[in-house]
Design a protein. Structure first.
Length: 117
């Protein structure tokens, strides 16, 4: 066997063992919730990496546009409906602003909104 064939055989065997090991770990692990989507605790699949990249890109576009979804969809080069679907699918929510938290607190305790001097 030539040196190249030996090297290729070793690479294939190594790759097969790594794939089998990753598959075994994937099947043995219990699913966990991570950013609103199900993944195994040690997920290294291409799908999980793609999903994480998609969630990151969507969050970045939404933050950049101040959650104006039509603009975010344009930045991401996807349709507005696709963006809405992905936001719902991945359970992406806007960040809670400090002034919004104060308004919620005032609505829950309307009698305590004044200050004693």
């Amino acid at each position: 066997m030539s040196e190249i064939q030996t090297s290729l055989s070793a690479d294939i065997a190594s790759h097969s063992a790594a794939v089998q090991s990753a598959a075994d770990a994937h099947h043995d692990s219990q699913p966990t919730v991570q950013t609103g989507f199900f993944f195994s605790s040690d997920s290294v699949t291409l799908r999980s990496h793609r999903t994480q990249a998609e969630i990151h890109a969507i969050r970045q576009a939404l933050a950049r546009t101040g959650w104006i979804r039509k603009r975010a969809a344009r930045i991401l080069a996807i349709s507005y409906r696709s963006l809405l679907y992905k936001i719902d699918r991945y359970k992406i929510t806007p960040p809670v602003r400090h002034d919004a938290q104060e308004m919620i607190a005032q609505q829950q305790n309307p009698g305590q909104s004044w200050e004693v001097r």
